[in-house]
Write a protein that binds this ligand. Structure first.
Ligand SMILES: [Zn+2]
Ligand SMILES: [Zn+2]
Length: 337
């Protein structure tokens, strides 16, 4: 069966691998849809070394071979939680899988979903309701679930001005989520087509982060006050600096995008305005029914999937993702059926 491998800086190949086999606790899932994520590009593609694992941490499919001691059976439609954990520690029991000390992530620590079949713990499977498409399931697992949680971390109140910075798939979904909470949403990015997409996703205002008039626009939008909340999805240092500058006193920054190194002047950027900075990672497992319910009520979120590729087109797919002209790119892995 086919699987994608990262073979060196920016290069991927499709290789033949042995068909995975189920075991006591692991099932084999036929992957139907698998998304390319910004983290794949940041963490996987810059590496000079071939990666030991198949990428892909946003995937849905159909159980092909059930785990002997599992809860799922052959033919079940599932989406896969990429976070494989111990299942018994207090964090796991609380649904906070990302805090588990035994956390292993599909597509990073073991073979992920950019393949025709994936071997995965039965405990990582979640039932995909019949009315939720495989693509929508892919979004729920990360591009929608992550901002859904981030907006909770923001504690948005009705009428607040929430800026979303960085308008990739996560940022676009963050706009939809913020709107559903009754916020006035300002979308910020340097990319014209992404700003247009943000409008279609429901943003009330868009601001070109490359424009010299940015500061003035923000001040006039917020009556000189600054944003109540910023959801920062780009992970770019300059965007984070702008967010801190443009927050109101006691405003709150929810950091979703990963920025490996950041220089912060604690007085100028934090203490002076009593800014709150919180991190947000994926979502709590117990929030899943809420995320599914939200997706069901908001079918327009599927517009964020702008391009689909077959597995043989892996290189073209990652190249397109790197260019940044698309929003969410997914692999269609169930071909000719
Ligand atoms: Zn992702
Ligand atoms: Zn645990």
């Amino acid at each position: 069966v086919k699987a994608i491998k990262v073979v060196g800086k920016g290069r991927v190949e499709v290789i033949d691998v042995a068909m995975p086999v189920a075991s006591a606790f692991n099932a084999v899932v036929q992957v139907v849809s698998s998304g390319i994520c910004g983290t794949d590009l940041e963490l996987l593609l810059p590496s000079e070394q071939p990666l030991p694992v198949t990428p892909g941490h946003e995937m849905t499919g159909i159980v092909h071979e059930a785990a002997a001691n599992g809860r799922f059976k052959r033919g079940d439609r599932v989406f896969i939680n990429c976070h494989s954990t111990c299942g018994i520690c207090p964090h796991c029991r609380n649904g906070d899988l990302v805090f588990c000390r035994d956390l292993r992530v599909a597509g990073f620590d073991f073979d992920g979903g950019d393949a025709e079949y994936i071997e995965i713990p039965d405990s990582s499977l979640r039932l995909l309701p019949q009315d939720i498409s495989f693509d929508l399931g892919v979004l729920i697992g990360d591009a929608l679930g992550t901002p859904f949680h981030a907006l909770k971390r923001a504690h948005v109140e009705k009428g607040e001005i929430v800026a979303v910075s960085g308008l990739g798939p996560l940022g676009q979904m963050a706009i939809a989520c913020a709107k559903s909470l009754g916020a006035r949403v300002v979308a910020v990015d340097m990319n014209r087509s992404r700003l247009d997409a943000a409008r279609r996703m429901g943003a009330d205002y868009t601001i070109d982060a490359g424009s010299p008039a940015m500061q003035e626009s923000i001040l006039s939008l917020t009556e000189g006050k600054g944003f109540d909340k910023v959801i920062e999805c780009s992970g770019r240092e300059v965007a984070i600096m702008n967010a801190l500058k443009n927050l109101k006193p006691r405003g709150r920054l929810v950091q979703v995008g990963v920025c490996p190194a950041l220089r912060l002047d604690t007085f100028e950027q934090l203490i002076k305005k009593e800014i709150e900075i919180v991190g947000s990672r994926n979502f709590n497992d117990r929030e899943l029914p809420e995320v599914i319910g939200y997706a069901r009520r908001t079918p327009g979120v599927l517009d964020v999937v702008t391009r689909r590729f077959r597995i043989e087109e892996a290189q073209a797919a990652f190249d397109a993702a790197k260019q940044g002209t698309e929003l969410k790119i997914v692999f269609d892995l169930r071909q000719g059926e």
